[in-house]
Design a protein around this ligand. Sequence first.
Ligand code: ABU
Length: 366
Amino acid sequence: MTKIVNSWNDFDPLKRVIVGKADFSVIPDEEPATSEKVPVDSEMRGMWGPRPTETVEKANAALDRLAKELESRGVIVDRPTPIQWNQAMGTPDFRVPSGMTQMPPRDILLTMGNEIMASANSFRCRYFEYLAYWPLMNQYFEEDPEFKWTQAPRPRLTDKSYKHNYYDEQISLEERLERTANLDFVTTEAEPMWDAADVLRLGKDLFIQHGLTTNRKAMEWFKRYYPEHRIHAVNFPGDPYPIHIDATFVPLRPGLIINNPERRLPEEQRKIFEANDWQIVDAAQPSHSEPPPLCYSSVWLSMNCLVLDHKNVIIEASEVHQAEQMEKLGMNPIPVDFRDAYAFGGGLHCATADVYREGDCEDYFP
Ligand code: ABU
């Protein structure tokens, strides 16, 4: 019997990882929580249905390239079992015309030591996404006697979980930013809701972004579920579409974080890092002025890198400014051509979920 699951942060040596798959991906129909994430001028607004086959094939080729690069470096790569998302689904509380995808595993799976927990996502179309990972979870459960296979409390996602009429096409960028600053998001506090990609793991400390996909009640839930950990709510006032922390605040090694210069962590929240001699560096500018077509994410996927250890980091091949900055910061950037996968839910960090990294649960902020 071997130990298969262990990971406490995003930078210790990576030995085993899940890489998503784009098969059967659907652009979901509008629902209470999704409109807020689609920029007003996006070509995706009002559009839904299966993603074009050619784009699925290109995304899968990009994901396979990432898997191959990881394997060539001795990392074991596991893949989810795709599900046909182009079908109506529902619970006693809601029905949706389709699911979404199993591409960004980082949104769904949170690894905490020997535990992998499926999250409590706020999008109804993502309610069943965890099922694509259940064959892997079952395998880890059978092979690793210490593996804790967990599901966070499932939100009901009734109408009470959302502020209706929160989204308004007329809303200006300034008003969006004001809402972010006022911590006014589309989700209510009816029940805990969170995406795993809003949780930044740094050993004993979890920095959790309060935004469009994770609410305050989730933070309270984390405090009670992980009493040995310190839970910090963070927010980034410069982000008009705050969803997921991994294109905003990205640790590269103990003591070093790159921060999105448009979404800087407020002074008050920086104190814990500075008091412990962590360096927070503004990330390099993205190489692109627009995300690729049919993409929910921002151009800041440029900093959504996958750290392999305290020296090596996989970055998207076209992000030359980010590569240059990585070198200046003493990292070794490994380029992978990955942009074709962006539209399916994100960059290199989004597209993966940790299974095993060496190292223990350190206290970086004593
Ligand atoms: N899933 C990460 C997306 C973050 C962003 O759009 O900047």
